[in-house]
Ligand binder design. Structure first.
Ligand SMILES: *Cc1c(COP(=O)(O)O)cnc(C)c1O
Length: 418
């Protein structure tokens, strides 16, 4: 295989490969290997699709066993053993211990498919056409989700008007002194505000692509109370922040929320297999049979992987380990952010979704590029790509974590000090 195949044949829309210009071949856990045998530490982890790392042994074994046994791979949305066993385990391991009661809808296998289904259901149930989404939000790039996504560059590519979304300020958008819930409340409650009552608030409790913005628990609770008072549904997009990325299985557990709809994808498929689903409060599961469909709703191989991945959540140990590693990351990042002088940078995020924002956005791109040259895959995020985002597999060991953070630290020093 020649490297030119990519420049010759692959569309210009390609993106991540531009930041990480090599040809990857194998991976295990937090390690990637390119075809030259070079090793990289993975702090990208499929943007949160690889929370359990690459080729997790137990998950992969379950998948291989299923394939060997001629387990069914495609069945539309017919009942299969793989689906039944996944749902039973999800209910028993994730939902019941958290006292969450939900119906499960499997959508097409990508995150944006789940968001589209959630928007459609919220509009159908409330009879209201608009949905409220937030500044710096990212919800996917198909038209409905894209309308809710905030990035100007992404929106421009739609080529048509992106309608039926009202934009509201996320927690902290106007700085610490502005209470954005009070502002939203006024817009919702004033009959002359010019804002129609939305079907739903579509919200990420921690904005990942938007720059690691963490909504406070108080903000989330007040948003939910406001929603309840006006019959507005709360849809939590937990596609990236969920599945343990922020510590607990769901990112909203820290605020004690019981959202009307939850969108899950990315790591729910265990080892990067595509799977997406909605959790729907039983009373708003008002779909008629077949009203929303899709050929690949529920991927049976992904169900098997997803079922195996849930074993990580059988006890509280995994969550405690994430918390411990997150504390290490916070400490190390605070020290790294101090390189080059005070106030030039600050640490953002929560759990194993943290990073450093630089006042000068060009610094983060140079840090990520330098880190890659030294064997660390790490991406930037935020409206101006000003944040370097540390998002390793949740399963990473202390040695791997330290090794990656060391590379990051040296990259920052090289960029800022030379
Ligand atoms: C990745 C992501 C999506 C979109 O998922 P795709 O699989 O890329 O369509 C939606 N919301 C959030 C928060 C995401 O991180």
């Amino acid at each position: 295989m020649s490297h030119d195949v990519f420049s010759a044949l692959e569309s210009e829309v390609k993106f991540y490969c531009r930041a990480f210009p090599t040809v990857f071949e194998r991976a295990r856990g937090h390690e990637l290997f390119d075809r030259g045998g070079r090793r990289y530490i993975d702090f990208l982890a499929g943007c949160g699709a690889l929370n359990y790392g690459h080729n997790d042994r137990a998950i992969k074994d379950a998948v291989v066993r299923y394939l060997e046994a001629d387990g069914i791979l495609h069945a539309m949305d017919m009942h299969t053993r793989a689906k039944g066993e996944f749902m039973e385990a999800f209910n028993g391991i994730v939902l019941q211990p958290r006292r969450l009661e939900y119906k499960i809808q499997f959508t097409g296998p990508t995150g944006t498919n789940a968001v589209e289904a959630a928007l459609k259901l919220a509009r159908k149930v409330t009879g209201r056409p608009t949905v409220a989404a937030f500044t710096h939000a990212f919800h996917g790039v198909t038209l409905g989700s894209l309308a809710a996504t905030a990035s100007r560059g992404k929106r421009r590519a739609a080529g048509i008007e992106l309608a039926n979304v009202t934009r509201l300020p996320f927690d902290g958008y106007f700085g610490l002194d502005t209470d954005t819930i009070a502002l939203i409340e006024r817009l919702i409650e004033d009959h002359g505000s010019g804002i129609d009552l939305p079907a739903a608030f579509l919200v990420e409790t921690v904005q990942a692509e938007g720059g690691l913005n963490v909504a406070s628990t108080d903000w989330l609770r007040r948003l939910t109370e406001l929603a309840e008072r006006h019959g507005i549904l709360v849809i939590v997009d937990d596609i990236q922040a969920g599945c343990g990325r922020c510590g607990p299985f769901f990112s909203f557990e820290r605020a004690g929320l019981y959202p009307d709809i939850v969108c899950l994808s990315k790591s729910i498929g265990g080892i990067g297999l595509p799977l997406a689903m909605l959790l729907i409060r039983p009373e708003i599961d008002q779909w008629r049979p077949g009203e929303h469909n899709g050929t690949f709703r529920g991927n049976n191989l992904a169900f098997v992987a997803a079922r195996a991945a849930l074993d990580y959540w059988k006890t509280g140990r995994f969550e405690a380990e994430i918390k411990r590693k997150a504390d290490t990351v916070a400490e190390r990042l605070a020290a790294i952010a101090a390189v080059g002088g005070a106030n030039a940078a600050h640490v953002k995020g929560i759990g194993l979704l943290q990073g450093i924002a630089w006042e000068r956005p060009e610094v983060s791109a140079r840090v990520a590029a330098t880190a890659f040259e030294n064997g660390l895959v790490v991406e930037t995020c935020g409206a101006d790509d000003e944040v370097v985002k540390v998002s390793p597999p949740l399963t990473i060991g202390d040695t791997g974590l330290a090794e990656g953070l060391d590379i990051l630290e040296r990259a920052v020093a090289a960029v800022l000090i030379g």
